[in-house]
Design a protein around this ligand. Structure first.
Ligand SMILES: Cc1cc2nc3c(=O)[nH]c(=O)nc-3n(C[C@H](O)[C@H](O)[C@H](O)COP(=O)(O)OP(=O)(O)OC[C@H]3O[C@@H](n4cnc5c(N)ncnc54)[C@H](O)[C@@H]3O)c2cc1C
Length: 477
C-alpha cells in the first residue's frame, strides 16, 4: 500500500507548528511526544501504520477552527479522527500530518422529542446517543457493530450502517444537520432540525465524504420512538447459496424485517468457540428480526417462516423471550472479535444486488479455494452489504499481499454484478486504488472538483479515497 512521501519541510518545522497549536489549545490537548503519538498510528485497519507529526484533541468548534486556521496557513495536512475504528484506513496518518481527534467533544447539546431530534458534539459515541434518550423511550437507529466505540463523526464521514439499517436506512437517512469547519477555519451550518432544506443537498455531499471536505464538530440526528416490541428468529441451512436465495425471496415478497444478518460455517464455528451462543453447526445461518405490535410481529414471522420452510432449513428457532432473543444476537455481535481470535483478517465491504447473493457467495468460495486463503462471511444480507473476512498471517511474508489481491478480486466481482466497492466502511486507503474499477476518468474528475471547492489546497485527508496517481497534481499544488 503506497502512501505519499512526507513533506520534509513540514516535518522539519514540527516544533514551530506545535508551538502555534499550543497557543490556541490547552496544554493537554496537544500531543507531540513520539511515544504518545504512536497511539494514533493506525485505525482498525491495523496492517498499515504511521505515527503522525502531532495530535490535537480540541473540545469546542472554536478550537477546531483555530487549529484548522493554523494548519491552513502552515499548509500542513490534517487527518480528522473520531474513535479510530475505520476498517478502511480512513484515519491512517501520514508522518507530516496533524491528527485532529474529536473524542473529547462528546456532549449532548439539545434534545427535542416534540420535533424528534438530538444535537450532539460529533465525538459522542454512537451507542451513547441512544443511551442519552432510551430512558424516555427513544433511540437513534443506525447501529454499526462497533457502536460502543465509534463516534458520530466517523459515522457521518463513512455514512455508516448496521444490522438495523435494512428498515431505518444508514446514517445519511438519519442525519438532519451538521456544523462543519472548513480547512481555512470557516464555520458553516448545513441543514438543521427539519427533514429537508432549500438549495442543493450539501448535507448529502458531506455525509460519506470521508473527512475530505471539512471537520464535522456537531450533528443534528433524527431520533425515533422505540418500537412496541421486536423478535429475532434464527434459521440454519446446509448451503450458503440456499441461505442467500432465502434472503432474496423474503425481500422479493415485500416483507421488510428490521434486520437480516448472514453467517457462514467458519464464522459460526469461531463464534461458538468464543461466545457460546448455542448456534447450530450448519453451513449458514440467518438472523431475521421483525418488530411492531404483537400481532404485526406474528404476521411477519409467519410469512417469513413459510418462505424459509420452502428452502428446507436445518433449524428454525424463534426467540420465545428476551433472554433467547439476546442469545440469538450474541453470536452475531461477537463474530468479528471471534474471527480475530483465530487469525489476522481483512474485512471487506462490497455491496451487491440481493438477487446476486447466491452467485457471489459461490464465486467467493471458489476464489478462496483457488488462492489458498480462507474466508468467513458475516454480513447485512438484507441490503446486500457483504463483509467477507479474509484470514491471513501478518507474520508470514507475502500473505498480506496475497490477501490484498484476493480482496481486490472480490470487490471487482461486486462491481461486476452491479454492486459497488463499499456499503458502509468507506473507501479510505483500502479501496482507493480500486476506484478506477468503478468510476471512469470523467466520473473521478467530477468528484475531485467537489473537493477542490471545499478544500482547494488539498490539505484534508489528502491521501485517501482517490488513487494517488489521479490526485498527484492537486496534492502537490
Ligand atoms: C469490530 C468492528 C465492527 C464494525 N462494524 C461496522 C458496521 O456494522 N457498520 C459500519 O458502517 N461500520 C462498521 N465498522 C467500521 C467503523 O466502526 C465505522 O466506519 C465508523 O463509522 C468509524 O467511526 P470512527 O469514529 O471510529 O471514525 P475514525 O475511524 O476515527 O475515522 C473514520 C473516517 O472519518 C473521518 N472523520 C473522523 N472524524 C471526522 C470529523 N470530525 N469530521 C470529518 N471527518 C471525520 C476520518 O478522517 C476517517 O476518514 C466496524 C469497525 C470495527 C472495528
Amino acid at each position: 500500500m503506497d502512501m505519499p512521501i512526507p513533506n520534509a519541510a513540514i516535518v522539519a518545522c514540527k516544533s514551530a507548528i506545535v508551538a502555534r497549536l499550543r497557543s490556541v489549545l490547552p496544554a493537554d490537548a496537544v500531543i507531540s511526544d513520539p511515544a504518545e503519538t504512536r497511539a494514533y498510528e493506525c485505525d482498525a485497519l491495523t496492517a498499515y501504520r504511521c505515527a503522525p507529526l502531532v495530535v490535537v484533541l480540541p473540545r469546542t468548534t472554536a478550537e477546531v477552527a483555530a487549529v484548522l486556521g493554523i494548519c491552513h496557513e502552515e499548509q500542513v495536512p490534517v487527518v480528522p479522527r473520531g474513535s479510530g475504528t475505520s476498517l478502511a484506513g480512513g484515519a491512517l496518518p501520514t508522518a507530516d500530518c496533524v491528527i485532529l481527534g474529536v473524542s473529547r467533544m462528546n456532549a449532548v447539546l439539545e434534545t427535542d422529542y416534540d420535533n424528534r431530534f438530538i444535537r450532539v458534539q460529533s465525538g459522542r459515541t454512537n451507542l451513547s446517543v441512544t443511551g442519552a434518550i432510551e430512558a424516555d423511550g427513544w433511540f437513534y437507529a443506525p447501529d454499526p457493530s462497533s457502536q460502543l466505540a465509534c463516534a458520530i463523526a466517523g459515522n457521518i464521514a463513512m455514512n455508516s450502517g448496521g444490522a438495523h439499517c435494512l428498515k431505518y436506512g444508514v446514517t445519511t437517512n438519519n442525519l438532519l444537520g451538521v456544523t462543519l469547519v472548513q480547512m481555512d477555519g470557516t464555520v458553516v451550518e448545513v441543514g438543521g432540525p427539519w427533514l429537508d432544506s432549500g438549495g442543493i443537498d450539501l448535507l448529502g455531499v458531506i455525509c460519506g465524504s470521508e473527512g475530505q471536505l471539512g471537520v464535522v464538530t456537531e450533528a443534528t440526528l433524527r431520533i425515533l420512538p422505540k418500537p412496541e416490541g421486536a423478535r429475532p428468529v434464527l434459521v440454519g441451512f446446509n448451503s450458503n447459496e440456499v441461505a442467500g436465495t432465502c434472503v432474496s425471496d423474503i425481500i422479493k415478497a415485500g416483507i421488510l424485517p428490521v434486520a437480516i444478518e448472514f453467517m457462514d460455517r467458519p464464522c459460526i464455528r469461531a463464534t461458538e468457540a468464543f461466545a457460546k451462543a448455542g448456534y447450530p453447526d450448519c453451513e449458514a445461518l440467518l438472523i431475521i428480526e421483525v418488530e411492531g405490535s404483537p400481532s404485526e410481529i406474528a404476521e411477519q414471522l409467519s410469512r417469513i417462516k413459510a418462505i424459509a420452510m420452502t428452502h428446507n432449513p436445518v433449524e428454525f428457532r424463534e426467540a420465545a423471550d428476551e433472554d433467547q432473543a439476546k442469545r440469538i444476537w450474541l453470536g452475531r455481535k461477537s463474530s468479528f472479535g471471534a474471527m480475530g481470535q483465530i487469525n489476522d483478517y481483512m474485512c471487506l465491504d462490497g455491496t451487491i444486488p440481493v438477487s446476486a447473493l447466491p452467485y457471489v457467495l459461490r464465486r467467493i468460495g471458489e476464489m478462496s479455494a483457488a488462492c489458498g486463503l480462507d474466508v468467513g462471511n458475516v454480513f447485512h444480507a438484507g441490503d446486500g452489504n457483504m463483509h467477507p473476512l479474509i484470514l491471513f498471517d501478518a507474520n508470514k511474508p507475502g500473505d498480506l499481499e496475497r490477501c490484498e489481491a484476493f480482496g481486490a478480486d472480490i470487490l471487482k466481482l461486486c462491481v461486476e454484478v452491479g454492486g459497488c466497492l463499499t456499503g458502509e466502511h468507506g473507501v479510505g486507503i483500502e479501496k482507493r486504488d480500486l476506484m478506477a474499477v468503478q468510476f471512469n476518468p470523467v466520473d473521478l474528475e467530477a468528484q475531485l472538483r467537489v473537493k477542490d471547492v471545499f478544500d482547494p489546497a488539498w490539505l484534508l485527508n489528502p491521501a485517501k479515497v482517490f488513487p494517488l496517481d489521479v490526485t498527484a497534481g492537486r496534492r502537490a499544488g
